[in-house]
Design a protein around this ligand. Structure first.
Ligand SMILES: C[S@@+](CC[C@H](N)C(=O)[O-])C[C@H]1O[C@@H](n2cnc3c(N)ncnc32)[C@H](O)[C@@H]1O
Length: 224
C-alpha cells in the first residue's frame, strides 16, 4: 500500500439529494432500461443490480473506446449487459457470463424489448470457463471492455483471464471494491478476496489503475 498522507475532504460528501440531482441530470435511460430497473428494484436481490451512475459511465466508455467486443461477468437481471449493448454499434457484442437462468431469464425479456438481444451472447456456465474458452479460441487482445461483477473469491481469476483478453487501451472495471466498507477490516472470504486483489492491483506493473468512489467502489484497469 502506498504510504501517502490521506486527507479526507468532507466537501466531497454527496448527499442523497445531490445524488438524485446528478442521476436526473446525467443519466439517459432507454424505456427497456427503465422497465428492467423498476422490475429489479423490487427483486429480493435488488442490491446486486448495477448502479445507474455506473451504467452511464459504461455507456461513455463504450463510445470513447469505439468498443465492439465486450464481456459482462455477472449478468443477474441484465442491466449492465443491456446498457453496454445499447451503446454498441449494430455489429458489437456482449459476451454475458452467469450461472443462473433464474436471474437471466428476466434479462432476456428486456434485451428483446430494447431490440439488442442479438448483440448479447449469454453463456450459462462458470465465468472462468467462458473466459478460458475465449482464450483457447485465440481471442486474446481482442476485447475493448470487461465488467467484473460476479462472485468475489474468483475476482483474481477473472482479472488474470480478462487481462489476456483485453486489447491495449481496453478497460477492465471491477465492481464492489469497497465491499460495503468491509475491506477496511476484512474478516470473511469475500471481503478478503477483494482486499487481496486491491493490494495486488496497486503494485501490478502490468497495469495502470484508478478507483472511483462510485456505488460500492469501482476500480478501472488498463494495460500499462
Ligand atoms: C452482482 S450480480 C451482477 C449484477 C449485474 N452486473 C447487473 O447489471 O445487475 C452477480 C451475478 O454473478 C453471478 N455469478 C455468481 N457466481 C458466478 C460464476 N462463478 N460465474 C458466472 N456468474 C456468476 C450471479 O448468478 C449473479 O447473477
Amino acid at each position: 500500500m502506498s504510504n501517502l498522507p490521506v486527507a479526507y475532504d468532507v466537501k466531497t460528501g454527496v448527499t442523497e439529494e445531490m445524488y438524485k440531482y446528478m442521476i436526473q441530470h446525467s443519466v439517459h435511460l432507454h424505456p427497456a432500461q427503465k422497465d428492467l430497473y423498476e422490475f429489479t428494484k423490487n427483486h429480493d436481490r435488488a442490491i446486486m443490480m448495477t448502479a445507474l451512475d455506473q451504467c452511464s459511465l459504461f455507456t461513455f466508455f463504450v463510445k470513447i473506446l469505439n468498443a465492439k467486443n465486450t464481456i459482462d461477468v455477472g449478468v443477474f437481471t441484465g442491466l449492465s449487459s443491456l446498457t453496454v449493448a445499447l451503446a454498441l454499434p449494430e455489429d458489437g457484442k456482449v459476451i454475458g457470463c452467469d450461472v443462473s437462468t433464474e436471474y437471466t431469464d428476466h434479462a432476456r425479456k428486456y434485451w428483446k424489448q430494447a431490440g439488442v438481444d442479438h448483440k448479447i451472447d449469454l453463456r450459462i456456465r462458470p465465468a472462468t470457463e467462458t473466459l478460458q474458452e475465449l482464450i483457447n479460441q485465440g481471442k486474446e487482445g481482442t476485447f475493448d471492455f470487461v465488467f467484473i461483477d460476479a462472485d468475489k473469491p474468483n475476482y483474481d481469476a477473472y482479472y488474470e483471464l480478462s487481462l489476456k483478453l483485453i486489447r491495449k487501451g481496453g478497460i477492465i472495471a471491477f465492481d464492489n471494491v469497497f465491499f460495503h466498507g468491509d475491506v477496511l477490516k476484512p474478516t470473511e472470504p469475500q471481503a478478503q478476496a477483494i482486499d487481496t486483489l486491491n493490494k495486488k492491483l496497486l503494485t501490478d506493473k502490468r497495469v495502470v489503475i484508478t478507483t472511483l468512489a462510485i456505488a460500492d467502489g469501482l476500480t478501472l484497469v488498463t494495460k500499462a
